[in-house]
Ligand binder design. Structure first.
Ligand SMILES: [Zn+2]
Length: 73
């Protein structure tokens, strides 16, 4: 039985497209203030992970933009 191998390939491709580490919203907000202040002492790998979350999560992206506005006022 070889059923839709294309789908599997597509799925694998999508999985490989994500970064090696995904975080959830809670984890993001643990560091969000630091990020917003641009006082970034995070390793570049972590930084990418956090920015990646903003791309995936419109809700956090919106709130983060607001937070940045307040902090950088
Ligand atoms: Zn989020």
């Amino acid at each position: 039985m070889s059923e839709s191998p294309d789908k599997t390939t597509e799925l694998i491709r999508l999985l490989q497209n994500t970064t090696d580490q995904e975080i959830d919203c809670d984890t993001f907000w643990e560091k969000a203030a630091e990020l917003a202040e641009r006082d970034i002492s995070l390793p570049i790998g972590d930084l990418k992970t956090y920015l990646h979350h903003l791309e995936l999560c419109p809700g956090c992206a919106e709130e983060f933009a607001l937070l940045k506005m307040v902090i950088n006022e």
